[in-house]
Design a protein around this ligand. Structure first.
Ligand code: NAI
Length: 327
């Protein structure tokens, strides 16, 4: 059996952490042949709750779980880490301005980026889940100059999964009938699920739907505002579905997609007019632990307008954290 992979989860005592850790320990993050050492990184007041989760993890007697560490110390939490899931973040509270939110998250993701730079393993892969995820990833990346920039990614896989499920529902097909349905841009209501390159049982998805009014006025807002719909219904934000998407994201990054497209927010190489360096969602394929942005797609006017709008939001966030000296 392979040697254990060190996986750090920040915000381990939170609701996504609780939905995520058991699945990682059972082998769903990396695959059934890869043992894991879990590192639970929390702030001091939440350490006791994280310890409680660790007791339960122990009680599952997972064959692949080789060790659990719990800490509030960043150097310890990222020491030798191969995969970092940055989940803990500062939520927006009532009346909070965007600049204040970005600054508060800078206080979390900058020191975490520094610690990853100084202590993580050479093959470190980072997934940022904590919101605003794309820009938090940019902050952590800027604080880790010795780590290749492409190792910092943010999660739009939940948006992709939502987009698949809503389209499958509309067309009364199983989700497995759908391919190449990717999210572009920011993990925010401005994101763009692109049906024009997607396929349903081999047919173009926009043609299969054949209803631009539904696409524009129902589908896009439904997928974009699904997070708010969940909060309304549950009284808490999505947790199990977010954890599930984090598993999907990392599993595919590590194990490859065999040519299938998946959505990942990754540093732009300038493709499709997205300014270089912005961490934006694209369709990607992965192989041998690396991803590539799908190239050469024709973007129609409708899509370009949507992509430009969501990317403008990301550029605004980037400029705001630049003003704060975070990137
Ligand atoms: P939660 O509030 O239940 O848990 C957050 C945890 O992070 C808490 O235990 C807290 O103690 C911890 N934490 C805060 N600051 C920390 C720090 N500096 N270091 C380590 N831990 C720290 O929140 P929940 O529901 O687990 O969500 C976590 C984040 O994920 C939120 O920012 C949420 O907006 C985001 N999210 C992102 C999604 C996406 O698709 N990208 C989907 C759903 C949620």
């Amino acid at each position: 059996m392979a040697s254990p992979v060190n996986v750090t989860v920040t915000g381990a005592a939170g609701q996504i952490g609780y939905a995520l850790l058991f699945r990682i320990a059972s082998g769903q993050l990396l695959g059934p042949d890869t043992p894991v050492n879990l590192k639970l990184l929390e702030i001091e007041p939440a350490l006791k709750a994280a310890e409680g989760t660790a007791l339960e993890l122990t009680d599952c007697a997972f064959p692949l779980l080789h060790g659990i560490e719990i800490t509030a110390d960043l150097a310890e939490g990222f020491n030798g880490t191969n995969v970092a899931l940055l989940v803990g973040a500062r939520p927006r509270t009532k009346g909070m301005e965007r600049a204040d939110l970005l600054e508060a998250n800078g206080g979390i993701f900058k020191p975490q980026g520094n610690a990853i730079n100084d202590h993580a393993a050479d093959d470190i892969k980072v997934l940022v889940v904590g919101n605003p995820a794309n820009t938090n990833a940019l902050i952590a990346q800027a604080a880790a100059p010795d780590v290749p920039k492409e190792r910092f990614t943010a999660m739009t896989r939940l948006d992709q999964n939502r987009a698949y499920a809503q389209l499958a529902n509309k067309l009364a097909v199983p989700v497995t009938a759908i391919k190449k349905l990717a999210i572009w841009g920011n993990h925010s209501p401005s994101m763009f699920p692109n049906l024009f390159h997607a396929e349903v049982n081999g047919q173009n998805a926009a043609d299969a739907v054949d209803d631009m009014a539904w696409y524009e006025n129902e589908y896009l807002p439904r997928v974009g505002k699904r997070g708010a719909e969940i909060i309304d219904a549950r009284g808490a934000s999505s947790a199990a579905s977010a954890a599930n998407a984090a598993i999907d994201h990392v599993y595919d990054w590590v194990n490859g997609t065999n040519g299938e497209w998946v959505s990942m927010a990754v540093p732009s190489d300038g493709s499709y007019g997205v300014p270089e360096g912005i961490i934006s969602s694209f369709p990607v394929t992965t192989a041998n632990g690396e991803y590539e942005i799908v190239q050469g797609l024709e973007i129609n006017e409708f899509s370009q307008g949507k992509i430009d709008a969501t990317v403008a939001e990301l550029v605004g966030e980037r400029d705001a954290v630049k003003d704060l000296g975070l990137v």
